[in-house]
Design a protein around this ligand. Structure first.
Ligand code: NAD
Length: 255
């Protein structure tokens, strides 16, 4: 089994991944975080990747903050270690840092590592050419700092690509008068709207709502627990190594 270091290892996802991957037999060599991890799962707690020294790891898992992703990308490229990134809300420059690192090592980046979310994105792209209109509602816990969710943007992009491929024009909003600004959500891509909900008690949920003459189709996915992301991260770890490669999403790892 491979050995791993988790950047953001003290965070909600870092702890859930350390627990889940440790239980599957992976060695968690280090939990890297500016905060102190609640549980260590046999790992060393480090404040920065530079403290890893000669402690060899097969992959770095980054679920932290966008700034930290750049540091992880540069460290992995310099040390020949594969990188799996789940951190969302990346700017163009931060994304570019990942693509640059992928010229030196394997990099997987996904806005959602749950199997159900990957499948629901695939189903949404399948349905996209057959319905006149589509909107997305994404629902997350109230500690999430970025909006809309990375998953909803990725889903909107997949739907827009499928619509374009089928020769469909971008969507235009039928609403001409907004009594309250923002009431129609955010324009993601090609007029596809995203509506973001933030409430305590939620984890990560998404509905893709399609409408056509006399019918509707709703594709809903729920992550009830952060364990839902562990399987997909495991798939990513198994599919990459130090060989230079850039993989977006986990769809290509699913049969
Ligand atoms: P969190 O706030 O609980 O944890 C983030 C951790 O990163 C914190 O412990 C923080 O101290 C640490 N951190 C921040 N900057 C750091 C730095 N420079 N160096 C070291 N550690 C640093 O957040 P979370 O809920 O665990 O989510 C983390 C990220 O993962 C977010 O971007 C979230 O959107 C994303 N996420 C992705 C998926 C997915 O499937 N791709 C699923 C859930 C969450």
């Amino acid at each position: 089994m491979k050995s791993l270091a988790i950047v953001g290892g003290a965070g909600r996802m870092g702890q859930a991944l350390a627990e889940g991957l440790h239980a599957q037999g992976y060695t968690i060599t280090a939990l890297v975080d500016v905060d102190t991890p609640r549980e260590l799962f046999g790992a060393r707690a480090l404040a920065s990747l530079n403290e890893l020294g000669d402690g060899h790891v097969d992959a770095i898992i980054d679920f932290s903050s966008p700034d930290s992703v750049v540091t992880s990308a540069e460290w992995c490229a310099a040390h020949g270690v594969a990188l799996v990134v789940g951190t969302t809300g990346l700017t163009g420059d931060q994304r570019q840092a990942l693509e640059d690192a992928a010229k030196h090592v394997g990099v997987v980046v996904a806005t959602n590592f749950s199997i159900g979310a990957a499948l629901s994105e695939r189903f949404a792209a399948m349905a996209a050419p057959y319905f006149e209109r589509v909107e997305i509602i994404e629902l997350h816990h109230d500690k999430k700092v970025d909006a809309p969710s990375g998953t909803s943007i990725t889903t909107a992009t997949a739907i827009a690509d499928a619509r374009r491929h089928a020769g469909e024009a971008p969507l235009t909003d039928p609403t001409t008068r907004r009594t309250i600004e923002g009431s129609r959500g955010a324009d993601a891509v090609d007029g596809i709207k995203i509506h973001s909900i933030r409430l305590p008690g939620l984890v990560a949920h998404q509905e893709v709502l399609f409408g056509g003459p006399g019918e509707g189709l709703t594709i809903r996915h729920d992550s009830f627990d952060r364990r839902s992301f562990v399987h997909g991260v495991g798939l990513a770890i198994e599919h990459i190594d130090a060989t230079p490669r850039f993989v977006e999403g986990i769809s290509s790892f699913l049969a």
